[in-house]
Ligand binder design. Structure first.
Ligand code: SF4
Length: 668
């Protein structure tokens, strides 16, 4: 008997139209959990480092997290993994909503897609009956519209549908996969789905998921629910609203946007507008949001209500999620009404709500600086809002300049030339980042940004406060009930963190402390991504209901896998290292572990080098950022080091690199 998971994957060959139900190895679950962990193992084994993102060999894997479909609150994430057209590295984007639990109830843990369909199709998974169906009539349809049309034609309103819009069909590098109340947006995974000729996957399941020790498991679930209530009634004082509570419902409920509008950058991540948030703006934006918002909505089995349905007269209703509320507004230097309107069209087209606005703001900046001209932009409107619509329509159709911009700022700048690369200034690993430009280097964020491979917009932050609290009493109050820490030392790190003086950034937290903090943060994100837990209840907020102390109990009683903190930490390290290994085999090295040059005004090259060196060491990576043979062995990943030796990435006799490799990196 398999617990929590179904023990079966669906393997779909889109070239041949072949569908197989394949039993999985329970040993893999024990070592790699589910979701991201086992997705990565499959990508490592089956997609060669030479495989192009748009090749039939590239896989597109929809993996439900290990605990999805169980009663664990907020456990509903689908982890979609593939090779990204934008970064050319492994992408693993998460979507919430209802899709993953439904897949489990249909009897599968993953859908693994390979090959390419010659015609546009969709996949219909109805418990044991799985079929590939013609989707030619859905060509060009919006992602949300497609889901509705499929539900109607199947006469199955309860089917959960993940679909792409025009952007995915046309292989826009920042195309998303939309799923009603959520989306998987980062890394251009929608483009890979479009390349495979797959418009949507509809799923309906009515089976049960077995729990190893149900009474124990339910008790844990009830404890979590109780704690969520406590946290909701006791927001953390002194931090921004989104970190004071859990999840991200604040974005839809709280209308005070002073923090975002005055601290994040506007336009192409250029302008900070101090003093923007005045009474007049607050009144206007509150009215706009209140008039547009029809209902607050949650993902499967979650009380948090992070999303909202938005209905604007004359436009179809759509779902708004998190900070996308402001991304179009701020990139276009416009107002909230514009942002909510264009987001409706963008959701139907299926584009990443973070990258798309930045790409458009980038194009406007190129025009203003004479790099793009009227010849490149026939019919170019004169106002910013008009330009955004104009650009969006052309990008998703890959028309004219839209064809170039559809590859994202990094690749578009290369193709445009004439100095355009200086304007693609907000990328990490070729991918658009959160529009933030700050003053003093923060060592924690430096490590997160430079070494992160998740490419999520919040990086791998969470758990540890973003900044010190001004007074020691406030810090003492904060650490009092901070039981989520994996080690008591984190409390001391925070207690001693000051706004100014010796114990302030950039030299405090010290290099060693910074490495510990980032490692903890990353571990929690990777555990969530394997279990299918929403980071809004675990890795992202402060003092979350799920943490390193109760997760092993959930896994033991839910999945029947004998688990403790050390074993879970080791499992997370194992598949995190495997993600790195996939990317290393695709050419990623230390030179790629860097933040945008202008992210901080005050940089400290020596400290940054020291941070990277120490973090690599902690992670078991050599100076080039390559996992060493020794650490791979310790994690049971000898098969990776064998491959690395075969490919000349590591030497047979020793771990390559050390001083020699470091010197090479610094010169390049
Ligand atoms: S916390 Fe919010 S985003 Fe997370 S599962 Fe719940 S409703 Fe969805």
């Amino acid at each position: 008997m398999r617990y929590a998971e179904t023990g079966f994957n669906l393997e779909v060959d889109l070239t041949r139209g072949n569908i197989e139900r394949v039993e999985t190895d329970p040993g893999d679950t024990e070592l790699y959990m589910g979701g991201l962990g086992t997705n990565t193992k499959i990508l490592w084994e089956r997609v060669s480092p030479e495989a192009e993102p748009f090749s039939p060999e590239n896989l597109l894997i929809f993996g439900a997290g290990l605990l999805c479909g169980t009663p664990a609150t907020g456990c509903n994430r689908t982890i979609v993994s593939t090779i990204s057209p934008q970064t050319r590295l492994m992408a693993f984007s998460m979507m919430g909503g209802f899709w993953a639990p439904e897949l489990k109830y249909a009897g599968y843990d993953k859908v693994i897609l390979r090959g390419k369909s010659p015609d546009l199709v969709y996949l219909w998974i109805n418990n044991d009956k799985v079929e590939i169906r013609d989707a030619s009539h859905l060509q060009g349809k919006g992602a949300v519209e497609t889901a509705e049309l499929i539900q109607q034609e199947l006469n199955e309103p309860k089917a959960q549908v993940a679909a792409i819009g025009l952007a995915g069909e046309n292989r826009v590098y920042f195309a998303s996969i939309e799923q009603g109340k959520s989306s998987a947006s980062r890394g251009g995974i929608g483009a890979v789905m479009g390349d495979k000729g797959l418009k949507a996957i509809a799923v309906r399941g009515t089976k049960d998921i077995h729990i190893a020790r149900p009474a124990e498991f339910m008790e844990l679930c009830n404890e979590v629910l109780k704690y969520i209530k406590v946290r909701e009634e006791n927001p953390i004082p002194g931090v921004m609203p989104i970190l004071a509570g859990l999840g991200s419902p604040q974005e839809m409920k709280v209308h005070d946007e002073k923090w975002h509008t005055e601290n994040f950058m506007w336009g192409n991540s250029r302008i900070r507008r101090k003093g923007f948030w005045n009474e007049e703006v607050a009144k206007e934006w509150t009215e706009t949001m209140e008039n547009a918002k029809t209902r607050l909505v949650s993902c499967y089995n979650c009380p948090m209500e992070c999303g909202a349905t938005i209905s604007i007269p004359g436009l179809p209703t759509y779902m708004m999620k998190c900070f996308t509320k402001l991304t179009y507004t701020m990139a276009a230097m416009s107002d909230l009404d514009f942002g909510l309107r264009i987001a409706q069209r963008a959701t139907e087209y299926g584009v990443d709500g973070f990258s798309a606005p930045q790409v458009m703001a980038f194009a406007i900046e190129l025009y203003e600086n004479g790099i793009l001209t009227d010849d490149d932009l026939p019919g170019w409107p004169s106002d910013s809002e008009g330009r955004f619509y104009w650009l969006l329509d052309r990008i998703v159709r890959r028309e004219g300049i839209g064809d170039v911009l559809a590859n994202g700022t990094y690749w578009a700048a290369k193709e445009i030339g004439k100095g355009a690369e200086a304007y693609a200034h907000n990328n990490i690993k070729k991918h658009e980042q959160l529009p933030l430009k700050l003053s003093m280097l923060n060592p924690i964020y430096f490590l997160m940004y430079s070494t992160g491979e998740k490419i999520n917009i919040t990086q791998i932050e969470g758990q540890f406060p973003q900044a010190p609290f001004p007074k020691r009493e406030q810090r003492e109050a904060f650490v009092k009930d901070w039981f989520q820490v994996p080690d008591e030392k984190f409390k001391q790190y925070f207690l001693d963190w000051e706004l100014r003086g010796e114990n302030s950034i950039p030299y405090y937290p010290t290099v060693e402390m910074t490495c510990d903090i980032v490692d903890w943060q990353e571990r929690m994100h990777y555990i969530d991504d394997a279990l299918g837990m929403c980071s809004g209840l675990s890795s992202f907020p402060l003092k979350p209901p799920y943490h390193i102390h109760n997760y092993p109990k959930f896994i033991s009683s839910g999945a029947g896998i004998d688990m403790d903190e050390a074993k879970l930490t080791q499992a997370a390290r194992r598949y995190r290292t495997l993600v790195r290994a996939v990317n290393i085999s695709r050419g990623m090295r230390r030179k790629d572990d860097k933040v945008p040059e202008n992210h901080w005004k005050k940089r400290f090259p020596e400290l940054e080098k020291e941070l990277l060196d120490a973090y690599y060491k902690l992670k078991g990576w050599n100076n080039e950022g390559i996992p060493t043979k020794e650490s791979l062995h310790e994690l049971g990943l000898d098969y990776v080091s064998e491959e690395f030796v075969k490919r000349g990435i590591l030497k047979d006799s020793e771990d390559a690199s050390s001083e020699e490799a470091s010197a090479v990196t610094e010169k390049t």
